[in-house]
Design a protein around this ligand. Structure first.
Ligand code: DP6
Length: 361
């Protein structure tokens, strides 16, 4: 598919008003997206677990307006008007306008809330942008009932990508691939898709306990972070490595080889941080407590041989990943040994989820 496949014909019929609501999850990458080209095209393929608990719920109300000039919308988070969210949504609308010809015909009210605390250091852009993209697709579907489910999901992911790259991996679950790579035949740079191959039972209900080491705003925005990969001395080899890791992960997901899984995802997490440490300007996004947690995980794994592992986002928080069958012992270790390193002892128990849902409200 190409971008052209997502351009819809302006509809003759136009609804006067309506309201749609979606809840859309966050996701955590196993092979990381870090570096992008023009138009939100990733430099390398990535794959993520869709989460179950951390999500955004967005309602989009629309009412026909008289003029078709400019975008008109208001945005509320937890019922509070958030004008500081508007520039990001304005940019998103500008990027998707050619694919959604009805955008300038309505005034929109966007009401959004997250199931995780706003200042938790958990980025809401993936769940937030995917929820908004899904709401817009629901309007498109009301204008054109011939849209298939498959097209709906692909276009929702395509639009979400234009809001925030990782958001395109938040439409479906439990595992989503984004970015063209030889290992996955139907993969695309334009949208994320459900991982199409066999997934071993070990990964069913895989657990993700998110340790909130630093609940502050991101130290480096992802836009700045991705830009650091332009002219980065190790960029080329890193992008190549992501393709290789995806190929390896395909085999791991099929065989359920947890030792190999752990080595691969921890290396991916540390590579992401290594890219930031070796860029110009350079950043250290881990905090002392991030390292304390990593060392404790390694020590516990060595002592118990339990398949506990970690991954990181572009920040200090730690995602502790483990199979459901070992959840009791590992959660006990987390509570006894790791929670002390979290800001105010805060952590979130999440697990692999199955994607976004439309709500009737
Ligand atoms: C480190 O999706 O936030 O979480 O496309 O600029 O919105 P933009 O970036 P964003 O980047 C997320 C990068 C990451 C790794 C990942 O999720 O793959």
């Amino acid at each position: 598919m190409t971008e052209k496949d997502f351009i819809s014909n302006p509809s003759f019929q136009i609804l006067d008003s309506g309201k749609v609501t979606w809840e859309s999850p966050s996701n955590i990458a196993l092979v990381k997206y870090w570096g992008k080209k023009k138009n939100q095209i990733p430099e390398n393929p990535s794959i993520s677990f869709t989460l179950e608990t951390c999500k955004t719920i967005t309602s989009l109300s629309f009412i026909k307006k008289d003029s078709t000039e400019g975008f008109s919308f208001d945005v509320f988070l937890d019922k509070v008007k958030k004008d500081d969210f508007k520039p990001k949504i304005q940019t998103f609308f500008e990027r998707v306008e050619m694919y959604l010809p009805f955008l300038k015909r309505y005034h929109f009210v966007i009401e959004t809330k997250n199931t995780f605390p706003h200042s938790s250091g958990i980025a809401s852009s993936a769940s937030g942008m995917s929820a908004l993209a899904l709401c817009l697709m629901s309007i498109e579907k009301q204008l054109n009932s011939e849209i298939t489910n498959d097209y709906f999901n692909k276009k929702a992911s395509f639009l979400a990508r234009l809001g925030s790259g990782s958001a395109c991996r938040s439409i479906e679950g439990p595992l989503v691939v984004w970015g063209k790579t030889d290992s996955i035949e139907v993969s695309s740079d334009l949208f994320g898709m459900k991982y199409p191959y066999k997934i071993h039972n070990h990964f069913k209900n895989f657990q993700d306990t998110i340790l909130l080491v630093d609940k502050g705003e991101k130290q480096v925005s992802s836009t700045i972070g991705h830009n650091l990969m332009h002219h980065h001395p190790y960029a080329k080899i890193r992008f190549q490595q992501a393709h290789e890791n995806l190929e390896k992960l395909k085999n791991i997901l099929e065989t359920g080889h947890l030792e190999a899984f752990i080595a691969l995802i921890e290396s991916e997490a540390l590579t992401l941080h290594a890219m930031m440490m070796t860029s110009m300007p350079y950043f250290i996004l881990m905090k002392p407590n991030t390292l304390e947690i990593i060392n404790k995980i390694w020590q516990f794994r060595q002592e118990t041989s339990l398949p506990i592992s970690f991954t990181l986002d572009a920040g200090a928080n730690v995602h502790v990943l483990y199979p459901e069958k070992d959840a009791t012992k590992i959660l006990e270790f987390i509570k006894n040994e790791l929670v002390a390193y979290c800001e105010n002892g805060h952590y979130i128990c999440d697990k692999i989820g199955f994607g976004a849902k439309q709500l009737t409200m």
